[in-house]
Structures are given as structure tokens and as C-alpha cells.
Write a protein that binds this ligand. Structure first.
Ligand code: NAD
Length: 256
């Protein structure tokens, strides 16, 4: 379905971003991968679908590096058709204890980076009259949780950016939507599971159960594969008139 298209997926060396990169590659899209950590295995997993893969190590808190990544993608593939703004970090503390540098980093990586990639991608998408921007927000783009001020502010912000981008492209072949996952068991959440196990002096499994039972009525984690299937749907012709939504996949979290 996506043969001949090019997708940039930020933060695709791990977790949800890697899941989405693989699903888009399975549909035939060439992929520009990005992110830190163990990247070689992740790149190999995406290449296994037989598509072209470019890796760019841009730090999503640095606008100049983001611009370089977007220009590199255009040079290599002739344009960016699908943009998945996924890179994100978390920090947990009360507002009065929240380290200022963590606040700034979360706003830069989880929110401002999507503005920078979008402003670089939109002219080409509008010119070709086809594009898909998919912003990884969170249930925390829709509701709050204590001790997550920066994350909740950034995720509410990205839902707002999604709506404005969708309105500015409403009469074109470009769409912009947000995905709002509940708990997904990735390295980002494993850190919170570890912290909970330590605080309550319980096993890893019990800490997972406790986290889920507080917020996610299904009692089960959402998976990167399920989220990736939604991203692929947003890229399909059937989704052409889905514009500016913040679509939750959360085991019932925000239905409460
Ligand atoms: P993850 O930690 O598994 O992956 C995050 C990715 O972002 C990694 O590839 C990492 O290298 C990259 N990254 C981090 N800082 C970066 C930076 N400065 N520049 C470039 N890349 C950077 O996390 P995940 O759970 O897969 O999260 C992906 C997205 O989904 C995030 O935006 C997160 O907020 C969102 N989300 C996650 C959950 C969850 O439960 N895991 C729930 C809702 C939303």
C-alpha cells in the first residue's frame, strides 16, 4: 500500500516507534529511522522488510539537528510523505520538585520537535498533495496524572498542534492525527514499573499489575503492534477524512 512513499519515524530505535517503522516498512515504505541506544538491531529489523532504510541520529531537542535530518531524508528519497513524531521521554516528580532541565527537555523532545519536523515536511507534502502526519501523544494528551506535569503539558500541547495542522491542511491530501496510547510495556514504562516495584517492595509482575489496575480497566498493556496497525490505517485511503483526531487506544483508561 505504501510502496514508493517515504516515512520519517522519530525515536524508532525502540518501543512504539520501532513497531511503527516495521509496520510501515511491511507496507513497502522506505524508512528514515532516528533515536538513541542500540540502533543496529533495530535497523536490521526494519531492513528485513526489503525497503531502503536511512538512519539519522538527530537529537530531537536540537532544532538544527532536526532540520538536518529532514533535509537528509529529502535528499535521499526526494521527499517525506509520512511523518511519525514519536520520540519521547518521561520524568516523574511533583511540580515543586520538578528539575527545570527535565521540564525543558520534555517540552523540547515531546512537543517542540514535532513542530520542527512538521514545518519542514509540510511544504513538500502540500506540493505533492499527499501526506500523513501522525503524532504520538498519549492518554496524557487527554487527561492528567499526578507527578507528570511536563509530560502532560507536552502531550496536551501536541494534541493542540495536531488539530491546528489538520485545519491548515483540511482542503489538501495531507492529514494530521494523534494517537493516544495508555500503558504500553516499553523501556519508557519499564522504568516506572521498576520504580513502583522498589517503592512498594513487590515483584516486577506485581508492580505491573498495580500500575495497570490504577488506570487501565482492561488490566492488559497495549502493544506496539496494535498501535502500529492504527498508524497504518491512518495512512490508508479509508482514513482520508480522519483529520485532527486524538485517537485513544488505552484499554478503557479515558472511558472512566
Ligand atoms: P521508548 O523509550 O521505548 O522509545 C523512545 C524512543 O525515543 C527511543 O528510540 C529513544 O532513543 C528516542 N529518543 C529519546 N530521546 C530522544 C532524543 N532527544 N532525540 C531523538 N530520539 C530520542 O518509549 P516508547 O514507550 O516507545 O515511547 C514512544 C512514544 O510513545 C513517546 O512519545 C511516548 O511519550 C509515547 N507514549 C508511550 C506510552 C507507553 O506506555 N509506553 C504511552 C503513551 C504514549
Amino acid at each position: 500500500m505504501l510502496k514508493g512513499k517515504t516515512a520519517v519515524v522519530t525515536g524508532s530505535t525502540s518501543g512504539i516507534g520501532l513497531g511503527i517503522a516495521k509496520a510501515l516498512a511491511e507496507q513497502g515504505a522506505n524508512i528514515v529511522m532516528n533515536g538513541f541506544g542500540e540502533k543496529d538491531a533495530a535497523i536490521a529489523e526494519v531492513k528485513a522488510f526489503g525497503v531502503e532504510v536511512e538512519y539519522h541520529g538527530a537529537d530531537m531537542s536540537k532544532p538544527a539537528e532536526i532540520e538536518d535530518m529532514m533535509r537528509t531524508a529529502e535528499k535521499r528519497f526526494g521527499g517525506v510523505d509520512i511523518l511519525v513524531n514519536n520520540a519521547g521521554i518521561q520524568h516523574v516528580a511533583n511540580v515543586e520538585d520538578f528539575p527545570v532541565d527535565r521540564w525543558d527537555a520534555i517540552i523540547a523532545i515531546n512537543l517542540s520537535s514535532a513542530f520542527h519536523t512538521s514545518r519542514m515536511a509540510l511544504p513538500g507534502m502540500k506540493q505533492r498533495n499527499w501526506g500523513r502526519i501522525i503524532n504520538l501523544a498519549s492518554v496524557h494528551g487527554l487527561v492528567g496524572s499526578a507527578q507528570k506535569s511536563a509530560y502532560v503539558a507536552a502531550k496536551h500541547g501536541i494534541v493542540g498542534l495536531t488539530k491546528v495542522t489538520a485545519l491548515e491542511t483540511a482542503q489538501t491530501g495531507v492529514t494530521c492525527n494523534a494517537i493516544c496510547p495508555g500503558w504500553v510495556l516499553t523501556p519508557l514504562v519499564q522504568k516506572q514499573v521498576d520504580a513502583r516495584a522498589e517503592k512498594d517492595q513487590v515483584s516486577n509482575d506485581e508492580a505491573k499489575k498495580r500500575l495497570l489496575s490504577e488506570k487501565q480497566p482492561s488490566g492488559e498493556f497495549v502493544t506496539p503492534e496494535q498501535l502500529a496497525a492504527l498508524a497504518v490505517f491512518f495512512c490508508s485511503p479509508a482514513a482520508t477524512q480522519i483529520r485532527g483526531v486524538a485517537w485513544n487506544m488505552d484499554g478503557g483508561w479515558v472511558a472512566q
